[in-house]
Design a protein around this ligand. Structure first.
Ligand code: PLP
Length: 634
């Protein structure tokens, strides 16, 4: 577990159990031993055939953990509650979930349901998200905020005003000064008085990757001059009482509480000033930014880590707002945060299988490559001299020289191959010899490539787009020391479809020897990917989404219940997403097969219905074993 820093990034939700598997602790530190969910058992249940009691799903598999989501939400609320109580703050905390982080229906519905006791609301950034948020919040608390961010046209604003008249606690946040005119005109036309928020463009700048939209030159929000102009306009229109919320967002993954405090104090001053100028200010919305310790280092010195927890975050916000307001004699506002990453990241785990690995035959005789010794005579003089030097250095166990000679020999032979002097067999023999020599002498740090049944573009898009690293760990065999180092290569034919950056700055991952686990597959999990990855994933190479199971802790005979199982996208579905017509395609292919007298129609039809991913052994149950039961009565 130390090797993969599981205690650093995984606590209190993930740990290695006595079987050497990763177990989920659905209720965090309060989880009892019998409530822990072994991820390997979930994989077995999901992937075993229906006839053996499984769900017949194919990997990759996204395991959603609603209990973890609930625990995150309650922990965030408890952190703010504690901070409010301990300093005697006069306002409350009303969080909102920014649905853009993961718009999955069950996640949003869960958040509204789990958050109802403490008026948890939603944030929308587009018309579609607003429709989603409106319909979910009809089942939420009437006090829950519905924050409307993003660029808005007249339709968006009309929808937000209608939401207000439906007794949803809707606030239209101005991202641009011009939006005010549309808000005023539309509210007059519909006869609905708006509640307005204003997004401030703070001077405080978050210097990490996620802070590129912050600071004076940031993309969003109103400058000081624009803020004043909005206030004056609202005053002229006798609508200053409509301005009730101040919003800012200095970027995701705020690395430290000192930067957080800097942003909050600047915003709190603006809040107090708006109050002084006559607005009916009620809410300070501190945006997102509550970070995740992806690499478990707790250092805050990169985008991958933060040096604070929920409690320190909440305490910093509450104290800073309180101090600023007390100094200006302004009532303590409701504090709203739009935490997305911190809320949903932990609750899903993507599980995928290694299907093969490239390997060098370790048991081959170290220095006698019969092929090459046989072919050596046919090499040109310079290459033969290089070969002899390499062999001599290898027999002397002169590591450094061996590595140099091996590189030189390879380079020379590649040139000779390009010039047509040597054949493919010579080149292959040279490659093989150099690999064996360097491996046996331990000269090269052998890194294997593990091919994994996954599309990085679909399932971990931030990995190739912004170089974000996520914890990736085998979910079993963790009671055995991994014997090799590996990088991961996905199924797409794209050179970016690989993982060679891992937490802790590693360029390879400690892995167990492929096929060394006594049969059965080799399963890896990608953790902390619950935010953004699903919403951003694309259809590169037409690999669709993974299969999904929703797994709840259960007190029945087994410790978990699968409450929802959705197969991954079929080939027909991903083709349809790109506007192809599978039925028409099938008819054309069937016709051609008949013309050619081949009977492939059934196989073609099956291919349309199958998942684009590889069919691995998981299709018939992990390692051919029986399904592990769970009370699937949910
Ligand atoms: N609010 C706004 C306006 C955002 O732009 C974002 C994301 O960048 C968020 C909230 C969510 O941020 P995070 O995921 O860091 O909590």
């Amino acid at each position: 577990s130390a090797l993969y820093r599981i205690d650093g990034w995984g606590a209190p939700y993930f740990r290695v159990n006595s079987s050497g598997d990763i177990a989920v602790r659905p209720h965090g530190a309060a989880t009892l031993p019998h409530q822990e969910i072994d991820l390997m058992k979930v994989v077995k249940k999901a992937s075993a055939s229906k006839s053996s009691g499984g769900l017949g799903l194919r990997l990759p598999l996204l395991v959603r953990l609603p209990d973890v989501l609930k625990h995150r939400l309650e922990s965030l609320h408890a952190a703010f509650d504690f901070a409010i109580q301990s300093v005697g703050y006069g306002g409350r905390y009303h969080g909102v979930y920014p649905v853009k982080c993961n718009q999955d229906r069950y996640i949003v519905e869960d958040i509204v349901e789990f958050g109802a006791p403490f008026h948890y609301g939603l944030e929308a950034g587009s018309k579609a998200e607003l429709l989603l948020a409106m319909s979910c919040l009809t089942r939420g608390s009437p006090d829950a905020l519905l924050v409307c961010n993003g660029y808005k046209d007249e339709e968006y604003i009309a929808l937000a005003l209608i939401a207000r008249s439906m007794n949803l606690n809707t606030v239209i946040v101005l991202e641009q000064e011009e939006e005010l005119d549309t808000v005023v005109e539309t509210s007059r036309r519909l006869g609905i008085r708006p509640v307005i928020g204003l997004r401030a463009k703070l001077r405080t700048k978050h210097s990490g990757h996620f802070g590129s939209t912050s600071g004076e030159k940031g993309k969003f929000g109103l400058t000081t001059m624009q803020t004043l102009s909005v206030v004056q306009k609202l005053q002229r229109l006798e609508m200053l009482d409509c301005l009730q919320l101040l919003h800012f967002h200095i970027g995701s993954q705020i690395p430290s509480t000192s930067l957080l405090a800097e942003g909050v104090v600047e915003a709190a001053q603006i809040y107090c000033e708006l109050s002084r100028l006559g607005a009916s200010m009620r809410v300070i919305d501190i945006g997102g930014g509550l970070g995740i310790d992806y690499d478990g280092s707790h250092s805050g010195d990169s985008d991958m880590s933060v040096n604070y927890g929920l409690e320190e975050y909440a305490c910093t916000v509450v104290r800073t707002v309180m101090l600023a307001c007390d100094r200006k004699n302004v009532n303590h506002p409701i504090i709203c945060s739009e935490s997305g990453r911190a809320l949903v990241s932990h609750h899903s785990v993507l599980i995928f299988e290694a299907v093969s690995s490239d390997s060098i035959k370790a048991d081959a005789s170290p220095f006698a490559s019969p092929n090459l010794s046989f072919l050596a005579d046919e090499l040109a003089d310079d290459a033969r001299a290089g070969y002899n030097s390499l062999m001599a250095a290898a027999f002397r166990r002169d590591y450094e020289s061996s590595a140099i000679y091996a590189e030189q020999l390879k380079r020379t032979c590649v040139e000779h191959f390009k010039d047509g002097i040597i054949g493919l067999e010579h080149l292959a023999a040279v490659d093989g010899l150099c690999d064996i020599v360097t491996k046996k002498l331990g000269v090269a740090d052998q890194v294997k490539t593990y091919h994994v049944n996954l599309s990085i573009f679909n399932s971990i898009p931030d990995l190739w787009s912004i170089g974000q690293v996520f914890p990736i760990v085998p979910i079993h065999h963790l009671d055995q020391r991994p014997g090799v180092k590996g990088v991961l290569s996905d199924l797409t034919c794209d050179s970016d479809g690989k993982v060679n950056q891992f937490i802790g700055g590693l360029t390879s991952l400690p892995l167990h020897e492929f096929g060394g686990g006594g049969g059965g597959g080799y399963y890896l999990g990608m953790f902390l990917g619950g935010a953004y990855q699903e919403a951003l994933g694309g259809l590169h190479n037409l690999f669709g989404g993974p299969s999904v199971v929703r797994v709840a802790q259960s007190d029945g005979p087994y410790c978990f219940a699968v409450t929802l199982a959705v197969p991954g996208s079929s080939c027909a579905q991903v083709l349809q997403a790109m506007r192809h017509e599978p039925e028409v395609m099938f008819e054309a292919l069937k016709h051609r097969a008949a013309e050619c007298g081949v009977g492939g129609a059934d196989a073609i039809m099956r291919a349309f219905h199958s998942m684009p991913y590889l069919i691995c052994r998981t299709g018939g149950g992990v390692g051919g074993g029986d399904a592990i039961g769970s009370d699937s009565d949910g």
